[in-house]
Design a protein around this ligand. Structure first.
Ligand SMILES: Nc1ncnc2c1ncn2[C@@H]1O[C@H](COP(=O)(O)OP(=O)(O)O)[C@@H](O)[C@H]1O
Ligand SMILES: [Mg+2]
Length: 260
């Protein structure tokens, strides 16, 4: 079965989407079959991977159909990006989807039902790019996952919400998903400043066993805005961002091999 990873944080702008996209790219460069799932109505991941609106289902329809017990041809929801990473786009319908999800008798496990379908077994990794909330949609992603990755900004606000997020993972672990583990805290937007370095040091020492050794440099010219403008490719391993994420992808494979 595919290994499923939710990229989560209750803080916006920390790099959930940039990390999901680039980790997907890094794992693909290492020869893995990867599916990225956009779970944010803002559709940034979809746009980054080249999504152009078509008539096929988005993740919103998959959820609506699962709640209504309608059959869905999951294959039609999977799009292929130029890079070889496959993805399922989102839509604005996700905004209020939790009110529909709450009607399901197994409302905690809707995404799990969907992504446990055998059609998804062809992937080695499925990555969920979660929205900036801790609501039923995001807890569904965590219930469908084996691991979470928590990106943090390497600045004075790095600790904001981190304990709460870790607490949320352990409460899910004690209730709805016993196998859920923190794969890593990912230090993003690292700058060559004293504050950035000391925050990184302190997170690494406070959360030693769960912080990725590789941090992601702050490179404003290389993130998704540049990618959307097609100035660079998201999967460009020559950029410092791409290289950092390749190392993170290697760490992920090592960590998972050590756990399993
Ligand atoms: N390493 C980085 N260097 C420079 N800009 C970054 C980096 N990571 C993220 N960003 C920028 O920060 C903003 C938020 O990133 P995003 O991945 O959309 O965060 P989230 O999904 O957590 O809200 C975006 O404009 C993105 O381009
Ligand atoms: Mg995002």
């Amino acid at each position: 079965m595919a290994i499923k990873i939710s990229v989560v944080s209750e803080k916006g702008g920390v790099g959930k989407t940039v990390s999901t996209t680039n980790i997907a790219g890094g794992l693909a460069r290492l020869g893995k079959k990867v599916l990225a799932v956009d779970l944010d109505q803002q559709q940034n991941l979809s746009a980054t991977l080249g999504f152009v609106k078509d008539g096929n289902p988005t993740v919103s329809e998959l959820i609506y159909n699962a709640v209504a017990d309608f059959e869905t041809d999951y294959q039609t929801a999977i799009r292929h990006s130029e890079s070889g990473v496959d993805y399922i786009p989102s839509s604005t319908m996700l905004t209020n989807i939790t009110s529909t999800m709450a009607n399901d008798t197994e409302s905690n496990y809707i995404l799990k039902r969907i992504f446990d379908n055998e059609i998804f077994n062809r992937y080695d990794y499925i990555l969920f790019d979660c929205r900036t909330l801790l609501d039923l949609l995001v807890s569904n992603a965590m219930n469908a996952s084996d691991y979470v990755i928590i990106p943090v900004e390497s600045g004075i606000y790095a600790y904001d919400g981190l304990e709460k997020m870790i607490g949320k993972v352990s409460s899910i672990n004690n209730s709805t998903n016993r196998k859920l583990r923190i794969l890593g805290i990912l230090l993003n937007k690292q700058q060559r400043t004293n504050i950035s370095a000391s925050v990184a040091e302190s997170i690494k020492s406070d959360y030693e066993s769960i912080t990725f050794k590789t941090g992601i440099p702050y490179c404003p010219a290389q993130t998704e805005q540049a990618i959307i403008r097609k100035e660079i490719s998201v999967f460009d391993n020559r950029s410092s961002l791409g290289q950092a994420y390749s190392k993170v992808a290697e760490e992920i494979l090592t960590k998972i091999n050590n756990v399993q």
